[in-house]
Write a protein that binds this ligand. Structure first.
Ligand SMILES: [Zn+2]
Length: 139
């Protein structure tokens, strides 16, 4: 996808080469972040800062065209986390003992399920990073 240099710079400044959803860093994933259309282009989402974020390849692929998902606690359809409208720390927490991301809100819980954020492969990787001091942003 073509991304003007100034837009890329804006994303780098805000997202710091971290996935806006799971907070995995580019350094930890060993792969360049992809640029995610928060509202997919196929649903009218535009290529502008307010609709773009960095995402790891895994979150981007699981997200696909989803903008809403079921909150496993209530069973209700709810919007998934919106990196430009929502503050990550209000929707997610990092459980130090299990190395799982925990959803604090409807949106957070739905996003964790929709994007498969606690899949065993990433949890194993997070455990390795945590052992050398990596953690998502503090609240
Ligand atoms: Zn991710």
């Amino acid at each position: 996808m073509y991304l003007p240099a100034d837009l890329r710079k804006q994303l780098e400044d805000v997202d710091d080469h971290r996935c806006a959803y799971c907070q995995t860093t580019q350094a930890n994933s060993g792969q360049p972040m992809v640029v995610d259309h928060i509202l997919p282009e196929t649903q009218g989402g535009d290529t502008a800062f307010h609709n773009l974020c960095f995402a790891c390849r895994r979150c981007n692929e699981y997200k696909g065209a989803q903008t809403a998902a079921i909150d496993p606690l209530t069973g209700e359809m709810t919007p998934i986390f919106h990196p430009r409208h929502d503050r990550w720390q209000e929707h997610f927490a990092w459980d130090e003992s299990t190395i799982l991301l925990v959803g604090l809100t409807h949106n957070g819980r739905a996003t964790i399920i929709a994007l498969n954020i606690n899949n065993p492969v990433i949890v194993a990787a997070r455990r390795r990073w945590a052992s050398v001091g990596w953690h998502p942003p503090a609240p």
